[in-house]
Ligand binder design. Structure first.
Ligand SMILES: CC(C)(COP(=O)(O)OP(=O)(O)OC[C@H]1O[C@@H](n2cnc3c(N)ncnc32)[C@H](O)[C@@H]1OP(=O)(O)O)[C@@H](O)C(=O)NCCC(=O)NCCS
Length: 219
């Protein structure tokens, strides 16, 4: 029977917590089979992230998620899981959960072009050109995990090492805070960068958003 791979539970749980830190979302609350975040943003009302369970379990969760723009996200292959959900759910962009272990070798001499700031459990990194920001990124810290997020290089400056420099700076700062594991949800571009810098793919990420059109607004 189709199930969420339980070997992904720890890393995906860390991902949810660190993502919430990065996005300034409310702290995830433990619920049946995973985590719930009361996101409350214009593009996403709430988020449910099951980290274990069968297809019937996950369908049950989906049936209970009635608010427009509710998001359901978990580790799973699109082709395996999509047939089990109806047209009231819209596909999120494809992604992959990726992980990386941090050791002494993760510390690098960060170029002074990268401006790193830490505010509580959030570390941000930025590279500026003469006039504008060239590349940015951030990572939420949760225990000995960090969750890099919003890694971005302005299009005109891509493939010149800025994305790598941002990630090096974030992971070095996180390592210095005691972090030893990293997990993130990679886009297609991001996956290429991370695969080239020592990350491994844990599982495909499957995400759906309940459309406003079909949602039960009374719920
Ligand atoms: C992903 C992103 C941040 C990469 O930034 P970048 O500054 O171009 O990355 P770098 O120049 O440091 O790349 C380092 C290495 O990663 C790999 N890499 C990065 N982007 C790649 C791509 N699109 N395709 C293939 N390999 C890629 C290459 O091995 C590259 O080394 P090389 O240029 O010597 O071959 C950038 O493409 C981006 O902003 N994309 C849109 C936002 C996004 O998807 N962010 C990731 C969210 S998870």
């Amino acid at each position: 029977m189709l199930t969420i791979d339980p070997r992904t539970s720890e890393a995906v749980s860390a991902y949810v917590a660190g993502w919430a830190v990065s996005r300034g979302a409310p702290r995830p609350t433990p619920v049946a089979l995973g985590w719930h975040v009361a996101t409350g943003q214009a593009h996403e009302s709430e988020r449910y992230v099951p980290v274990r369970g069968s297809v019937d379990d996950v369908r049950g969760i989906a049936d209970g998620l009635r608010t427009p723009l509710a998001c359901l996200k978990f580790a799973g292959r699109y082709d395996d899981w999509r047939p089990h959900f109806g047209t009231e759910w819209e596909d999120n962009p494809i992604g992959w959960f990726m992980t990386c272990e941090l050791g002494d070798a993760s510390r690098v001499d960060v170029t002074d072009k990268v401006l790193v700031r830490r505010t509580g459990a959030l570390i941000t990194a930025e590279i500026r050109g003469d006039d504008d920001v060239i590349a940015t990124g951030r990572t939420g810290l949760v225990g000995d995990w960090c969750v890099p997020d919003r890694i971005r290089t302005v299009e005109a400056h891509r493939r010149r090492g800025f994305g790598r420099a941002i990630m090096d700076a974030l992971l070095t700062a996180a390592y210095d805070c005691g972090v030893r594991h990293a997990v993130l949800d990679a886009s297609q571009d991001g996956r290429a960068l991370y695969a080239a810098t020592g990350w491994t793919t844990l599982a495909p990420q499957f995400g759906l958003t309940r459309s406003g059109r079909h949602a039960d607004r009374a719920g």
